[in-house]
Design a protein around this ligand. Sequence first.
Ligand code: NAD
Length: 244
Amino acid sequence: MSLEGQLALITGAGRGIGKTIALKLARSGADIAFTDLAPEIEGLSSEVEALGRKCWAYQVDVTQADLVEEMTRAILAETGRIDILVNNAGITQDNLMLRMRPEQWSKVIDVNLNGVFMVTRYVLKTMVRQRSGKIISISSVVGFSGNPGQVNYSSTKAALIGFTKSLAREVGQRGVTVNAVAPGFIDTAMTRALSDSQQEAILQQIPLNRMGNPEDIAHAVEFLASENAAYITGTILHVNGGMY
Ligand code: NAD
């Protein structure tokens, strides 16, 4: 699946699933631009450059429209194009509904949903002008199944499904595909924050009997970003070990 000569922008790629996606796309030949709140926490740029690809790191909060616009301009000045956008940045602030504070609700909506709107808004203009592009957003199994303690998070992940399906219908004729990947429970800092008993309860719901790893998600993103997925748009690819 060669992505030679393409530019992929990945949000929240400083660590976890986003970092693994960035390295996977770089191994397939793409140059990488990425954002994170602290972009160099795990040295992604040097790992990408060691693969012989170019890498641009931006300390940009995806909810800040002016910074996102500035970043998009800077990428275009360097590369002249953006071929692949992976909306990966996301957070949790779990609480039971009866205890959930309005700021926990708003913060998660802001990053996981408004952030996707903000970045896509600027990148889409470029893709439409190019008459080509691939937009892939990272949803979650809990956007389909629900999960106690995550009314805020699962609402955003369900919203990304509507976002993906609607945008796919809007821009298909302009040569842009829009898809999402819905991971199950993946072994990252986000899930390591769960208690042992929570992790054990989750494992019991997974027919393949293991947590996923970030590579499992990166494979799916790489496929959707490739020409092998040229006729796929408006689709959600579930990568969850069979739990849903
Ligand atoms: P993670 O916490 O390890 O990584 C998320 C990254 O996003 C972090 O580096 C963080 O700094 C960055 N980020 C957070 N807010 C940001 C902002 N406002 N602007 C820019 N960057 C920001 O999490 P992860 O497990 O790698 O999750 C990646 C994505 O996958 C998220 O959207 C998450 O909701 C989704 N997901 C994860 C799992 C899982 O089990 N880990 C399951 C389903 C979906």
